[in-house]
Design a protein around this ligand. Structure first.
Ligand code: 2AM
Length: 494
């Protein structure tokens, strides 16, 4: 193919909503984009409509797609996660004629182990593979999403201009930075989605307390969210919640109250929770947010349970505004815990998978463009920029102060929720985590004793009680009943 036909700076496969919008975004930033889709008729339809008059050219085969790209080719796929990604990789290798040094970016919602595998597989062929999270929905894709790329680091200098060009900006900084090796980009996107699950559930709990606990109208609640959006909670999700609460159906009543209270999910929150269990990290808030969706989806069964299982009726007395302020603090404190847990998970994953994750950059990427974008993430960026080795977000001065200030209101809300019979799974688990994390002594001594009693699983002695009988650091088994043997089980941790 002659070099005249290789006009494309960037190629994109997959003309669904995200793909089309990213192409338009890249064209707006001065790149000539080559578009391809499995169902080729969509290419022509796109060229005749949205892409008309822009620096976008179509391809009707994978071969044409590759031939129209300048070398090293920079190609992005936005197709359904799973087998379609592998299929396109094989097509590019076998029919497209891609060459050593070319770059394939998977911008879909792939699970990070797949991205690990693909990075290695393609590196062996001299092809640089990148898996990137893209967040921000349709609007984000069109005008600036948060982009979280990871994979073969050799690719980064070649794709930085395009990805940072089309990404969101926060205070002039691109919400797109190199995340780390192999599946690190998709991993961070997965955790982002898990945190998004948590943020959404926390807002839902606040709404439930205001509605059923305080008896507020949707307009009143909209006003409160509007107010909150000017303070520490200022964020995209608080903003859209305000709009949803204000939104009336044609009959003048709030549409929200007509929507079935049964939540769906696509799996990224669940992946985060499963990974947290695998790594043994107490990411309790995301876990509860996934389970809350599961519980909500038992709609029919809950209907029957509501007739059989009784509980208290909320009866609010006292200063309403004060309680609403407490609620704001409960939301804020729980959110701090959720992000602290999310960063604990990423920190541990980096160790486990031997990735070099850049925490300040991750917070920066989430500051703009994505669903969890917020003012709060600026404070997290600052915390990690001040100290990239920060052991825990709660050890940062700013967040340490914030959580102490919020504590009284937060405890009041959790207590009232329990007394009123209103579920607050995420507010409560956040508080339990906080109280557990700050406890020098937990009742796990009893747990270890129980394990040793029934299963000879052994325990270790506290150093201050070590002696000849109970040596420090040794696995000790005690014959608790005088009947069992003295043989201990071999120790291992799941
Ligand atoms: P399509 O338009 O031909 O269906 C989002 O669904 C994107 O992924 C679309 O571009 C879609 O192509 C593509 N896609 C879905 N399943 C696919 C598959 N099995 N093989 C290739 N592309 C697929």
């Amino acid at each position: 193919m002659s070099s005249e036909t290789a006009v494309g700076d960037f190629g994109l496969i997959g003309l669904a909503v995200m793909g089309q919008n990213l192409i338009l975004n890249a064209a707006d930033h001065g790149f000539t984009v080559v578009a391809f889709n499995r169902t080729v008729s969509k290419v022509d339809r796109f060229l005749e409509n949205e892409a008309k008059g822009k620096s976008i050219v179509g391809a009707h085969s994978i071969k044409e797609f590759c031939s129209k790209l300048k070398k090293p080719r920079r190609m992005m796929m936005l197709v359904m996660a799973g087998k379609p990604v592998d299929d396109f990789i094989e097509l590019l290798l076998n029919e497209g004629g891609i060459e050593e040094g070319d770059i394939i970016i998977d911008g879909g919602n792939s699970h990070y182990p797949d991205t690990n595998r693909r990075t290695q597989y393609l590196a062996a062929k001299g092809i640089r593979f990148v898996g990137t999270g893209v967040s921000g929905g349709e609007e984000g894709a069109r005008y600036g999403p948060s982009i979280m790329p990871g994979g073969n680091a050799e690719a980064w200098p070649y794709i930085k201009d395009v990805l940072q060009g089309i990404s969101a900006k926060s205070d002039g900084e691109a919400c797109c930075q190199w995340v780390g090796d192999e599946g690190a980009g998709h991993y961070v996107k997965m955790v982002h989605n898990g945190i998004e699950y948590g943020d959404m559930q926390l807002i839902c709990e606040a709404y439930d307390i205001m509605k059923r606990g305080l008896g507020l109208s949707n307009k009143e609640m909209g006003d409160i969210f509007s107010q909150w959006n000017k303070g520490v909670l200022d964020s995209f999700l608080i903003e859209i919640t305000r709009d949803i609460l204000y939104f009336n159906d044609e009959d003048g009543s709030p549409l929200l109250e007509k929507i079935m209270d049964s939540a769906g999910q696509k799996g990224t929150g669940k992946w985060t929770a499963i990974n947290a269990l695998d790594l043994g990290m107490p990411v309790t808030l995301i876990g509860e947010s996934v389970f809350s969706r599961c519980l909500s989806s038992l709609k029919q069964e809950r209907g029957r349970a509501s007739k059989l299982l009784s509980g208290p009726t909320p009866n609010f007395t006292g200063d309403k505004q004060k309680f609403i302020d407490d609620l704001e603090q409960a939301l804020y404190a729980s959110k701090i815990i959720s992000y602290a847990q999310g960063f604990m998970l990423m920190q541990n994953a980096a160790k486990e998978y031997k990735w070099k994750l850049n925490k300040p950059e991750i917070a920066l990427m989430w500051r703009g463009g994505c669903i969890i974008r917020s003012v709060f993430l600026k404070d997290i960026t600052t915390a990690y920029r001040n100290n990239p080795e920060l052991e825990n977000l709660l050890f940062d001065d700013f967040f340490n102060k914030a959580i102490h200030n919020a504590q009284e209101g937060w405890r009041n809300v959790v207590a009232k929720g329990a007394l009123w019979g209103l579920p607050t799974p995420c507010f409560s688990t956040a508080l339990s985590f906080y109280d557990g994390y700050r406890a020098e002594n937990l009742p796990a001594n009893l747990l270890q004793a129980q394990r040793d009693y029934f299963g000879a699983h052994t325990f270790k002695i506290k150093p201050e009680f070590a002696n000849e009988k109970y040596p420090e650091g040794k696995d000790i088994h005690v014959n608790w009943t005088g009947r069992g043997g003295n043989v201990s089980a071999s120790t291992y941790n799941a």
